[in-house]
Design a protein around this ligand. Structure first.
Ligand code: HEM
Length: 250
């Protein structure tokens, strides 16, 4: 029969076990103890991807908001807003020529906060194009494209192109007159590319004129392919900012 002492020992062992388990789980996620001293606080900062985007040492002057105007960070913020609002829009939108236009009308008139959701997506897209462009101007103005950051400048150029393509591919989705004719003009521009023009246009719209094939192609590019490419490029971009050293930190 279990005595009082046995049950006390059992409880003690159980508590010790959960404590060890808890500390193992904590260590597997954070790899340092609770940040309660100067040393553990700096360890916490250095081992956290969000806190440690910039190098450990930078000039005090470069901490000024006016050095970057946080334009790269703002571009990333708008990308996140677009991702979340875009996923919510996908609950209501069907990429079909018979349904798309009505889906958008329903979003504006029937769905709770649908118009807010659509506008949030639209305005964030405009804002992202503007902030990415201004971020590029800032990088140029502070000469941050020079070695050792020339590779990150190229990654940035690719991000600029992907941002434009995301914007353009989203344009067709409402399937209204504006969308239809804007994409007709856009893909006709692709058609006059030297040598590969007609093939490029055919590949883009899946036929000779804008129709269901074009809609499904633009939709897939807009919701899967381009956001994935942008996310991978952004990961490389941020990693390079960290590895090349922030230009303001020299
Ligand atoms: C989706 C687009 C982009 C995002 C989210 C992004 C994000 C960022 C962030 C967060 C930084 C850290 C410093 C800062 O905030 O200014 C940065 C730095 C940098 N970006 Fe971008 N960026 C984008 C597009 C571009 C473009 C279009 C270019 C140039 C063509 C570019 C070139 C650079 C370079 C060279 C740096 C290092 C700057 C330095 O060390 O001062 N980026 N980017």
């Amino acid at each position: 029969m279990a005595t009082n002492k046995d049950s006390q020992k059992f409880v003690q062992n159980f508590l010790k076990g959960t404590e060890e388990f808890g500390s193992r789980v904590w260590k597997s996620i954070f790899r340092h103890s609770w940040p309660d001293s100067a040393r553990t606080r700096s360890l916490a900062t250095m081992s956290n991807v969000f806190l440690h985007l910039h190098p450990t040492t930078i000039r005090r002057a470069s901490l000024k908001v006016t050095y970057t105007f946080c334009l790269g960070g703002l571009s990333f913020f708008f990308f996140l807003v677009l991702t979340v609002s875009g996923v919510l829009l996908m609950f209501y939108y069907v990429p079909s020529v018979t349904q798309a236009y009505q889906n958008i009308k329903d979003l504006e008139t029937v769905v709770f906060a649908g118009q807010f959701l659509r506008n949030m997506h639209r305005w964030s897209a405009h804002a992202m194009v503007i902030t990415v462009f201004l971020h590029m101007c800032r990088v140029f103005y502070t000469r941050a494209y020079r070695p050792p950051r020339e590779f990150n400048w190229i990654v940035g150029v690719l991000l600029l192109v992907v941002t434009f393509l995301l914007s353009f591919s989203g344009y067709l989705l409402p399937w209204d007159q504006l969308a239809f004719w804007a994409v007709t003009v856009g893909t006709n521009i692709a058609k006059v590319t030297p040598f590969l023009g007609p093939e490029a246009q055919f590949l883009l719209i899946g036929g000779y004129e804008i129709g269901q094939n074009a809609l499904i192609r633009f939709y897939t590019l807009h919701v899967i392919a381009l956001p994935l490419i942008a996310a991978v490029l952004m990961a490389v971009h941020f990693w390079r900012v960290r590895k090349d050293g922030f230009s303001g930190g020299l």
